[in-house]
Design a protein around this ligand. Structure first.
Ligand SMILES: [Fe+2]
Length: 107
């Protein structure tokens, strides 16, 4: 199942996105162009698998729970998803606005 992405605010400096992660949903592998992002888990728990964008090396798998804040940087590729048994919701702020790039070779 796919995640649900809602753009909450967008201007020339930033993009705010709320993502709802149904059970068993996940993103494709992607990077974030030149954008830096900060993400808060509003509900539930999400995971991410991280890769170094330059080398392709697997950096690890992380779990982020409700209330946790983490970040995304231009030098990573990652997959995010929900392996838990409840819906998860995350809130993302990117600057500059996101130009996401897919990396299907990591899926
Ligand atoms: Fe991302």
């Amino acid at each position: 199942m796919n995640y649900i992405r809602e753009i909450v605010a967008l201007d020339e400096k930033k993009e705010e996105v709320k993502i709802t992660w149904p059970i068993a949903s996940k993103s494709v592998a992607h990077s974030h162009g030149d954008s830096y992002g900060i993400i808060e888990v509003l509900e539930g728990k999400v995971y991410e698998n991280r890769f170094d964008k330059a080398s392709g090396k697997f950096l690890g798998s992380l779990t982020h729970s409700q209330g946790e804040i983490f970040h995304e940087t231009p030098d990573i590729i990652h997959i995010m998803g929900n392996k838990s048994d409840t819906v998860a919701i995350t809130y993302h702020v990117y600057t500059p606005p996101l130009k996401m790039m897919h990396h299907p070779e990591y899926c």
